[in-house]
Design a protein around this ligand. Structure first.
Ligand code: UTP
Length: 289
């Protein structure tokens, strides 16, 4: 019922103020979890889900992201000269595996909805995925792969969702739940960052979406929402009734890497997954417990 998702948008235009001073001269999305920057984890998740075209919405001071996905001849030659060919091949493979890549600029960080709207000419008239690189999901099957499969049955707009502590509803887009069918949640509405006392539930949207191109029309009027920002949740909420929306309860554990504690947790969890680091991680955790 719904076409293949070939394109993904990576909004990376935010200021990353929660991570200052680390993010003064370096984009938040280049912070490493173990040995890969956040943006690379997101790109690899998209590749695993079958994405063929990668669109980055960048902003001031984000050129390190473009450099990361570009060839680096000096580095390749140095690694080759030192006979570290496997490392050299890995950096080449990353660039070559990407296929079509384009960067567009968000002139000002006016909000996530605005960042997505900036990619409208690149996406054109087809459904697309959105991945926020600061949300990292550790899962047996990557989160976007799970969503793409489910989207094949539902169509419409979809976002990954999870329950959060009630006192945190003012950080997320929250679902007003109409019904549940396995991992799929249908809604009466969506509310961006409600105060815990007014939140219709604790089911929150995290940074993975599959969206219909009509969302660009809804973002066209640049209406400001919670926090004075142009909110993606508001545009998706406006479409309910015309375009169905489903929350998707993904399998896996999500880490908010835009937050210092979430970022530390992600590093521990992802290092613990690696055979060459597992024991060392356990030892460190024991030492500090
Ligand atoms: P956040 O809400 O985490 O905002 O953005 P932020 O500015 O990056 O970080 P803090 O809150 O100041 O620490 C979630 C995602 O949306 C992107 C960010 O780059 C991040 O990937 N974003 C946000 C934009 O691309 N443009 C915006 O105007 C806002």
């Amino acid at each position: 019922m719904s076409g293949k998702i070939r394109k993904a948008v990576f909004p990376v235009g935010g200021l990353g103020t929660r991570f200052l001073p680390a993010t003064k001269a370096m984009p938040k999305e280049m912070l490493p979890v173990v040995d890969k920057p956040l943006i690379q984890w997101a790109v690899e998740e998209a590749q695993a889900a079958g994405i063929e075209e990668f669109y980055f919405v960048t902003g001031r001071g984000k050129t390190a992201i473009e450099d990361h996905f570009d060839r680096s001849y000096e580095l390749e030659q140095t690694l080759a000269a030192r006979e570290k060919t496997e490392l050299s091949n890995e950096t080449i493979r990353l660039t070559e595996s990407l296929g079509r890549v384009a960067y567009t600029r968000q002139p000002e960080p006016l909000g996530l909805g605005h960042a997505i709207w900036c990619a409208r000419h690149l996406v054109g008239d087809e459904p697309f995925a959105v991945l926020l690189p600061d949300d990292l999901v550790l899962a047996e099957r990557p989160c976007l792969t799970q969503m793409v499969e489910s989207y094949g049955k539902t169509g419409g707009n979809m976002a990954a969702v999870m329950d959060v502590p009630k006192e945190h509803t003012n950080r997320y887009g929250i679902l007003d739940i109409a019904g549940e069918d396995g991992p799929l949640v249908s809604v009466k509405g969506l509310v961006e960052k409600p105060d815990p006392s007014n939140a219709p539930s604790t089911l929150s949207i995290i940074g993975r979406y599959i969206l219909q191109p009509q969302v660009f029309e809804r973002l066209e009027d640049q209406k400001k929402g919670a926090g004075g920002e142009i909110q993606l949740t508001d545009a998706i909420a406006d479409m309910i009734g015309e375009t169905p929306f489903h929350g998707f309860r993904f399998e896996g554990r999500r880490f908010d890497c835009g937050d210092k504690i979430g970022f530390l947790e992600a590093n521990i969890a992802f290092a613990h997954e690696r055979e060459d680091m597992k024991e060392a991680v356990k030892k460190i955790c024991r030492e500090f417990s």
